[in-house]
Design a protein. Structure first.
Length: 171
């Protein structure tokens, strides 16, 4: 069954009670990490972070920046049903929550990045900020170039697999 996103409408930020106001986080932007370990979030991507952000070490070698509410929804959906009696469930909770920091945009639209997160993504100087629909990723230019090339090389084959129904929505 095909799923379609709701129409994009101008106006207030999205919220769980009003999904019709979904504002996409898309695009690729180059920004620098400053001397105080802050990164400027592109103005087109700031709208969903106005109420705060969660910055975490991604499963890929990048940082993920989620709107605070989006991170709560993500963890509730994918981690919420896991049994605390399971060692693997506890590991995943620790992985996602101990590698995360709550932050807020400053008046210049910057977020502070913790040292352990900067090290995870191997960031220094120039960074690539990528919109991924409901969150943002921050990559080192070298890692992004490799990942992007691999992604482009596999995209056609993955699209064919999806079209043939070889993947479920849980893959």
């Amino acid at each position: 069954m095909a799923r379609f996103l709701p129409p994009l409408l101008p106006g207030p930020k999205s919220s769980p009670s009003n999904p019709l106001f979904l504002r996409l986080m898309i695009g690729q932007h180059e920004h620098s990490l400053d001397a105080k370990d802050r990164i400027t979030i592109p103005s087109k991507l700031r709208h969903e972070l106005a109420d705060g952000a969660v910055v975490l070490a991604g499963l890929d070698p990048c940082l993920e920046i989620w709107p605070r509410q989006g991170f709560k929804e993500f963890t509730a959906k994918f981690l919420g049903g896991l049994s605390p009696l399971s060692s693997k469930a506890r590991m995943m909770h620790r992985r996602f929550h101990s590698h995360a920091e709550e932050e807020s945009l400053d008046s210049a639209g910057r977020l502070r990045l913790a040292k352990h997160l900067i090290a995870h993504a191997d960031l220094e100087g120039q960074c690539v900020v990528v919109g991924v629909l409901d969150h943002i990723e921050v990559w080192s230019p070298e890692r992004w170039a490799k990942h992007s090339a691999a992604m482009d090389a596999e995209a056609f084959a993955v699209a064919e697999e999806l079209a043939a129904g070889e993947w479920s929505t849980n893959d």
